[in-house]
Design a protein around this ligand. Structure first.
Ligand code: PLP
Length: 277
C-alpha cells in the first residue's frame, strides 16, 4: 500500500498535508531524493543520503536530522507500506513560514512518499526509446538535486509532444544530461558520459554503471560529447533510479546503431540488475 510521511507523521498517500506557507510549495525552496527499493531493500541508500546532504548544504538548508535518523524513518515507512519493490521520494524544504524570500528560522520540513515501483514496459525495454535534443535552459548548479524542476519539466513535455521518451539537453554545443537521466554513448566498445560538473547531476545509477563497466573491464570515459557524436554512436543509453539502464534507439529522428538496443547497453543493464539483488 502506498504511504506518505510529513514532519513526523505517517499518513495516507492522498491526505492533504502541505500548509499554504510551506516553502517547497511557495518557492520550490528545497532538495529531494528518489530511492529505489528492491525486494524490500534500498539500493545505494548511503550514496543517495550523501547526495541529499550535499544538496542541502549547497542551498544552506539545515535538515535537522542525522543521516541515520532519516534512513531509519525511510526504512520504517517502506516496511510499513508492505511494498517489496518501491519508489521512495523524499523532499527536505526550508519549512513553513510566512512568505518572504529571506530564510526563516523554522525547522526544515520533511515529506516522503512510498509507492509501488514503476516498471517500464517490456516493449520499451526491448525496443529502446526515442529522445529529442533540446536546449539546456537550466541554471549553473545542476549538481544540486533541487525541487526547482521547471526547465526539466518543460523539456520533458516538449520531448513527449515530439513522440519521445526523454529530452537530451544541449548546453553550448555539448550534451549535458537528460531531463531526469544521465546520458551515455558507446563507440568502439568504449562507454562515454559527461564528466561530473555543476552542469549535471551526479547520478547514483551513473555511479553504479561505472562500477559495472569496471567489473566487466569495459573502458569508461568521463568526457563531454557533442550531438554529432551521439548521432554517430554505436549505442546510446540513459540511466536513472527509475529507468535503470535504458537503450536509446533514435535521437531527433536519427537511428542509433542498427536501431535496436545495443549489446553493451544490455550487458550493463544486466550487470546493474545483478547489483540490485
Ligand atoms: C537531471 C537528472 N539527471 C540525472 C538523474 C539520474 O540520477 P539517479 O541515477 O541518481 O536517479 C536524475 C534523476 O532524477 C535527474 O533528475
Amino acid at each position: 500500500m502506498a504511504l506518505a510521511y510529513f514532519n513526523g507523521k505517517i499518513i495516507g498517500i492522498d491526505e492533504p498535508v502541505i500548509p499554504i506557507d510551506e516553502r517547497g510549495h511557495q518557492f520550490g525552496d528545497g532538495v529531494y531524493e528518489v530511492i529505489r527499493f528492491y525486494q524490500g531493500k534500498p539500493f545505494m541508500m548511503k550514496e543517495h543520503l550523501e547526495r541529499l546532504y550535499k544538496s542541502a548544504k549547497a542551498i544552506k538548508l539545515e535538515i535537522g536530522k542525522e543521516q541515520e535518523e532519516l534512513e531509519t524513518i525511510m526504512l520504517q515507512l517502506v516496511e510499513k507500506s508492505g511494498l517489496a519493490d518501491a519508489d521512495l521520494y523524499m523532499q527536505a524544504t526550508r519549512g513553513i513560514a510566512p512568505r518572504n524570500h529571506l530564510f526563516p528560522t523554522c525547522p526544515a520540513s520533511i515529506s516522503i512518499t512510498v509507492k509501488p515501483a514503476r516498471e517500464l514496459s517490456q516493449d520499451v525495454r526491448t525496443q529502446g526509446v526515442k529522445v529529442a535534443l533540446l536546449p539546456d535552459e537550466r541554471w549553473q548548479n545542476c549538481y544540486i538535486k533541487s525541487l526547482n524542476l521547471l526547465p526539466n519539466i518543460l523539456a520533458k513535455q516538449e520531448a513527449f509532444e515530439q513522440g519521445c521518451f526523454e529530452a537530451v539537453l544541449v548546453r553550448e554545443g555539448i550534451i549535458t544530461e537528460g531531463s531526469s537521466t544521465n546520458v551515455f554513448i558507446v563507440k568502439e566498445g568504449r562507454v562515454q558520459t559527461a564528466p561530473l560538473s555543476n552542469h549535471i547531476l551526479a547520478g547514483i545509477t551513473r555511479m553504479a554503471v561505472k562500477e559495472v563497466a569496471e567489473e566487466l573491464k569495459v573502458p569508461f570515459i568521463e568526457k563531454s560529447f557533442t550531438p554529432e557524436e551521439l548521432f554517430q554512436a554505436d549505442e546510446v543509453f540513459l540511466t536513472s533510479t527509475t529507468s535503470e539502464v535504458l537503450a536509446v534507439t533514435n535521437a531527433d529522428d536519427c537511428q542509433i546503431g542498427d536501431g535496436r538496443p545495443g549489446s553493451l547497453t544490455m550487458q550493463l543493464h544486466k550487470g546493474f540488475r545483478q547489483k540490485t539483488r
